[in-house]
Design a binder for this molecule. Sequence first.
Ligand SMILES: [Zn+2]
Ligand SMILES: [Zn+2]
Length: 152
Amino acid sequence: MTDSRTPMATGGCQCGAVRYALYVAPQNAHACHCRMCQRATGGLFAALAGAPKGDFAWIKGAPRFFASSNLAQRGFCADCGTPLSFAYGIPEARIYVTIGSLDAPENAAIERQYGVESKLSWVRFCEATPQEITGADPKAAEFFAQMKSNQG
Ligand SMILES: [Zn+2]
Ligand SMILES: [Zn+2]
């Protein structure tokens, strides 16, 4: 794959089979504490930073995708299992990458926390960072109302 643009951020999985590039600085870096993100990452929360879909490319290999719900796809390396991406299936939505898979995660400081209704009570993390409950915004609530989870 060739792209004449200069990446503003790059990253990839732990085995090196899958690499990606963002052609903008990582946007809306956030933690999502929702139960689906906990299960998808196997972690206590997902840490994600995004780019408009047109400012993102897979530049080496390709991830496999799991549709964690009818609304979202989560990309991961089929060889080593690293969780790599999250995106809603609507064109205007950003694609997000896991902050830990960025080559320079220091540049994607978490600005917001989502899904705090499922935040684990003993997680002390970014306490001063603004927090939002899933569906707090009426537009978001309408979107999430159509969601059907594919997590078992
Ligand atoms: Zn890999
Ligand atoms: Zn989430």
